[in-house]
Design a protein around this ligand. Structure first.
Ligand SMILES: Cc1cc2nc3c(=O)[nH]c(=O)nc-3n(C[C@H](O)[C@H](O)[C@H](O)COP(=O)(O)OP(=O)(O)OC[C@H]3O[C@@H](n4cnc5c(N)ncnc54)[C@H](O)[C@@H]3O)c2cc1C
Length: 389
């Protein structure tokens, strides 16, 4: 028997969940099909940083439009997404100080609470940090991190409350097209008909694209993270930090642990189906070296645990939010290791694209698929190095 829905969303990561929430609020009855379980992909492994600092305005706008959801989750969505305000510091190498100032000015212009701070300010905010005299940093007092799994499950619980449907353990094996328009999907649990199909399949997105003849430039990006038990002198918290100079980022995880990821060494390519329980060789040693360069007291820390995760990455490390291929086929993929914090606004934008023909929350036309074929990769207005290298 064929089940029917107003829209089929492939993937119950944070993007499929956010889209389901926003479509359901528009009165549609979407069905989310998930091959494993909610947040089984990148979302469940995400470091969950919530910050607005980007070197490109559209990304900053998406992050800023998403921020109120995290801050006011109980009223906007319901329940708790685990948002923890820690303050956020962006550190860059001296060659990028002018660009950092320009980026903060851009953030301020669009309303983001952000300011340029001195090395002394940074020491006041994070007394255990090592920072050179004369350094400057960007500081976002409102930012922090959230729980990505709770975010996805929260969106889906709210969506189901107003008519969305979730099917877990259901793998999409084909997208059906009739007369140039999508008509539904085939799965290992039967077929579904719907006039709209959305590829929210994360690291698997290119495979879904091929089902409608689209070659999506979305590769698999594998990223390791470690949790370090802080020594007592580090205290019970610290700001969330992206430290471009040492190519790492870190944030507290509860009162005792610090989550650390590295900007370099992430592997590109391979199967999206690989296990993610193990990290690459030497990862723990590299984390220890980098984190102690910025937080010397962490030399007395101990490794609590480490694992990996996989997201879809595009050649310019920016998302694809678009309609493409047969009528009724939409893309929200290629989030390139930074798509958690923007998911609330991306879901809102995509629901507007689907229901109204254009996104009004934020103009997402820069995230078109055709930019790759046309040789117009997205680059920041005041660009830093690519985040993943
Ligand atoms: C280790 C790591 C750390 C990160 N840290 C941050 C961070 O700090 N801040 C930030 O903003 N972003 C971060 N990101 C990026 C962010 O987590 C991702 O961009 C985001 O979670 C992607 O969500 P998604 O819904 O697009 O994909 P996913 O969460 O991967 O969901 C896709 C889902 O589709 C399902 N699926 C695939 N194929 C099929 C099929 N054929 N049929 C049915 N279901 C299918 C999968 O099982 C999966 O559950 C990180 C990513 C990783 C991996």
């Amino acid at each position: 028997m064929t089940e029917t829905a107003d829209a089929i969303i492939i993937g119950a990561g944070v993007h499929g969940a956010s889209l389901a929430f926003h479509l359901a609020r528009r009165g549609l009855k979407p069905t989310v099909l998930e091959q494993h379980a909610v947040a089984a992909g990148a979302t469940g492994r995400s470091s969950g940083l919530v910050r607005m600092h980007y070197d490109i305005e559209t990304d900053a706008r998406l992050a800023w439009a998403s921020f109120p959801y995290f801050r006011d989750w109980g009223e906007r969505v319901g329940g708790d997404c685990g948002f923890t305000r820690t303050g956020f510091l962006q550190l860059v190498r001296p060659a990028f100080y002018d660009r950092l100032r320009a980026n903060v000015a851009m953030h301020q212009r669009i309303g983001i609470p952000s300011l340029v701070v001195s090395a002394d300010d940074v020491r006041r905010l994070a007394p255990t940090i090592a920072i050179e005299e004369g350094a400057v940093a960007a500081f976002e007092p409102e930012s922090g991190y959230a729980d990505p799994t709770a975010t996805a499950t929260g969106f889906l619980a709210a969506a189901r409350g107003v008519g969305a449907h979730l099917v877990q353990g259901c793998r999409v094996s084909g997208v059906t097209v009739e007369g140039g328009r999508v008509s539904g999907v085939e799965t290992d649990r039967g077929s579904y008909s719907a006039p709209i199909v959305v590829d929210c399949a994360g690291a698997w997105a290119a495979g879904i694209g091929r089902m409608v003849g689209l070659e999506l430039p979305v590769d698999v990006w594998r990223h390791d993270t470690a949790y370090i038990r802080r020594p007592p002198e580090m205290g019970t918290s610290h700001p969330t930090v992206i430290d471009d100079e040492n190519a790492l980022y870190f944030r507290p995880e509860g009162r005792e642990l610090t989550l650390v990821g590295l900007e370099d060494g992430s592997e590109i390519g391979g199967s999206p189906d690989r296990e993610t329980a193990s990290t690459g060789a030497g990862f723990g040693e590299r984390v220890a070296e980098r984190i102690t360069a910025r937080l010397p007291a962490m030399a007395a820390g101990t490794l609590h645990s480490a694992h990996s995760g996989q997201d879809g990455i595009t050649p310019d490390q920016r998302a694809i939010i678009d309609r493409a291929g047969p009528d009724g086929f939409y893309l929200a993929c290629g989030f390139s290791g930074t798509g958690f914090k923007t998911a609330p606004a991306v879901g809102a934008c995509l629901s507007e694209l689907i229901c109204d023909g254009r996104a009004s929350t934020v103009d997402v036309t820069p995230f078109s698929l055709r930019r790759f074929a046309e040789g117009r990769p997205l680059v920041g207005e005041q660009p830093y190095e690519r985040i993943w290298r």
